[in-house]
Each structure stands twice: as C-alpha cells, then as structure tokens.
Design a protein around this ligand. Structure first.
Ligand SMILES: N[C@@H](CCC(=O)NCCCC(=O)O)C(=O)O
Length: 267
C-alpha cells in the first residue's frame, strides 16, 4: 500500500458568495502522486482538536506554501500591516500539527509558508517584510517575469552547508550542486527572524536570509525550505530529489519502519 501524506490546506473564499473553502494547490497533489509516491490527503484547516485523530493515520506531513501569513500573535510580533493576508484557521491547525508530527517522528516537509510555520511552531519568530530591512534583497514574487516563469524562475542563489541534509539528499540522488551557490525560486515577503532553538539553518540567501532548516534533535526526517521545489521538480533534479527523499521516509513509515529514536522511545 502506498504511503498517505497529509497536505495542509488554507481557508480561501470561493464562488459567487465567497464561501470559505479548504484548499491546497494542485502542485502538492501532483508532486505527491509523482516523486513522493504517496496518496495525497488534504487536511482541512479545522483546528487543533483534529490533530490526535489525523496524525496516526498519516505516513508523512507536507506543509504547503500560501500567500497568507502566520499571525504575529504566535510569535509575539507586531501587528501585520493593513491588508496583509492571514489565515487564523490554518495557523490553529498547522502549528500544533507540526509539533505533534515532529514529536512522533513522522516525516515532515515544510515549504515556504510551511517553512515559516515550522519556525514559529518551535518558538521562532518572523520578519514581516524582509525587503524593507536594510541590506536585504526583495524575495517577493517578481513582477517582471511572464506569468509562466514567475513560479519556476530562479530568483537568487543559496549557499548551503556542505555536510547538511540538503547536501546529503542531493549527493545521494546524484543531483549536481555547488554548495556555494544553488539557484532557487523565491515567492515570499516574510522570513525567519529569530531561529527556533531546535532548528539548524543549512541554507542562506546572499543577504543572510535563512532558506532551509532541519530540526537538530528530530527523531525522523524533517526538512524546511523557503523556496518552492514543487513548482519545477519535472525539470530540476535537485527539486525532485527533495521529494524522493521525503517519499522514501514516508514509504518506510508506511511499511512500519520507525526511526531508531522512535523505536527506543517506544521500547
Ligand atoms: N505568506 C508568506 C509565505 C509565502 C508563500 O508561501 N508563498 C507562496 C505563494 C504561493 C503562490 O502564490 O503560488 C510570505 O509572503 O512570506
């Protein structure tokens, strides 16, 4: 049986009456059925109460990107500027879900908003418009590219730690990379300010923005990236390798294989 991967949903207004719908982009469904090799299960943004019922049924958790932003109350930050999109129902679902998934050793892959959620869930904070900070570059959706290229276009390079999780994944997959400069796409305004105590940074943009993290003491696979590998995995071997590595962890979980730390804790 294939693994089941939970995909975080946003609450978005749809239709003539703008009724709230729980939604995730098709790109997460496709990457799940593609290189992850798992059945995608869309998780409604229905709050913390569902977490104990949902978690034991999953073999992995993928936290999606979204234009909305984690509410600053979750990290004691200043109020967002007027008009900044928020999604409190998503926050109240994903933040406890992330903590529970990591504690259980479940494989977790966190992308863009999901990466920011991972940082906040574990006690970190966010800068709200990094392009307004001195010395920082604009990481937001570029307006000078044709629409089809906006999501996939490489916007800047990241430097990665040569002995980190990303380097291991790409080396194992035979995906070529230069640790000093790996090109990535970029569609975000916010970024990590205070890194959560359990997170270890392993990629940085040229302006110092943290672009990838792992959890130092996680019992299982946990990777967070600020960019969007789900947009170009069909063309980009490094993007694809991130998903195949996550997929291998979810397949092992589905087959009943637990990381050593989880087995020890259960013994
Ligand atoms: N809202 C945060 C997170 C950005 C993010 O996840 N962007 C994805 C956009 C998805 C899309 O439009 O395709 C921020 O702005 O920092």
């Amino acid at each position: 049986m294939r693994a089941m991967v939970g995909i975080s949903c946003c609450v978005k207004a749809f239709g003539l009456f703008g009724t709230p719908n729980h939604a995730a982009s098709d790109s997460y469904v496709r990457v799940s059925l593609g290189p992850i090799g798992a059945v995608p299960v869309l998780l409604p943004a229905a709050g913390e109460a569902l977490v104990p019922d949902i978690l034991p049924r999953l073999d992995g958790l993928m936290l999606t990107g979204s234009r909305s932003n984690v509410h600053p109350n979750h990290y004691d930050g200043p109020a967002h500027a007027e008009g900044t999109p928020e999604d409190p129902q998503r926050d109240s679902t994903t933040l406890p879900l992330i903590r529970a998934a990591i504690a259980a050793g479940l494989p977790v892959l966190a992308i863009c908003r999901g990466f920011q959620e991972l940082n906040v869930a574990l006690g970190g904070s966010l800068d709200q418009r990094i392009q307004d900070l001195p010395g920082r570059i604009d990481h937001s959706t570029p307006s000078d590219q044709k629409l089809s290229g906006v999501r996939t276009g490489k916007a800047h390079a990241v430097r990665i730690t040569p002995d980190g999780q990303l380097a291991r994944i790409w080396t194992a997959a035979g995906a070529p990379f230069r640790a000093e400069a790996v090109p990535v796409n970029s569609l975000h305004n916010q970024g990590v300010c205070r890194l959560a105590p359990r997170l270890v940074a392993e990629a940085w943009a040229p302006d110092g923005t943290i672009e990838a993290v792992r959890v130092a003491d996680a019992p299982g696979f946990v990777l967070g990236v600020q960019w969007h590998p789900e947009y170009d995995w069909e063309q980009d071997a490094r993007s694809r390798a991130i998903f195949t590595a996550f997929g291998a962890a979810t397949a092992a979980w589905a087959a009943g294989q637990r990381p050593e730390a989880v087995r020890r804790a259960a013994a």
